[in-house]
Design a protein around this ligand. Sequence first.
Ligand code: NAD
Length: 279
Amino acid sequence: MEIESKTIVLTGAAGGIGRVVAEKLFLREKASLILIDLNKSGLDSLKKELLEKQNGSDHRKTIQTFTCDLSNPSEIDQLSDKLKNQPIDILINNAGITHNGNFKDISMEIFEKVISINLMSIVRLTHKFLPQLIKQKGAIINISSGCGLLAPGGVNAYTTSKYGVVGFSESLRVELKGAVGVTVICPDFVNTDITKNSMALMNIDANSPMRNVDALVKKEGVSPEKVANMIIQSIKKNDGIVLGGIKMRIACLMKFILPTLSEKIKVNIYKQFIENNYV
Ligand SMILES: NC(=O)c1ccc[n+]([C@@H]2O[C@H](COP(=O)([O-])OP(=O)(O)OC[C@H]3O[C@@H](n4cnc5c(N)ncnc54)[C@H](O)[C@@H]3O)[C@@H](O)[C@H]2O)c1
């Protein structure tokens, strides 16, 4: 699908990946943006920055910003009511939080929070905007994770939510074939502040083992630019599923053709995870 002149809804726009996606879509691809996030000041500064960089060169493109807590269904209802008369061509469901910890230790409150943002907000937004997306013969891009395919230990709530995103997207793609494109993106670690941001949003103690994961994500993570380019390419090509690097592709293959070996490797990685105090 061509992106120029399209209207794109992007959630989690004020975050590490979201800001880069917004910049590329607005400045390079010449799309109009509807940016959504919990973080109002982040949205305001992003809008200001993009309009300054555009430097008055194209007045047909617009940026609208909406502060919304996507874990709250009634806020999603209010947001979609405000947008119901606008054409929407592309929906990018990118907002998300992470959580590290063993299932036996996690509170149900945190588990439900992770599911509500990472999975249910995607389901709700898609349901709300689907009539507009069908009318525009549009596209939906959902951001999952390698955890949504490989199920490592020690990050159970996040993994559960991201598996849900893969299943929801793949099934919806079949139902909407020929009407709306549906893509699910599964990146490796990305160098952003997701761990710190998530700890703050869920009031997790700053001394929790999660703080060590922040350093791991920064050290091992690919750049947000790389993921932003994956997202934009997938819109243009209407890909079904987009995987991260070669290691992830091999691990996915192994999961089905050598399941016992695959499990042994995952258990070893989980043991190292515990030794390194990541959970
Ligand atoms: N960073 C990684 O290693 C990584 C790896 C794979 C997948 N992902 C996925 O990529 C997406 C973007 O992550 P990121 O790395 O840019 O993280 P980030 O923390 O930088 O950005 C996430 C954004 O989502 C927003 N958000 C969180 N809760 C919200 C809510 N209730 N309502 C509205 N907005 C909310 C945050 O304010 C933030 O701006 C997420 O879905 C994440 O799971 C990230």
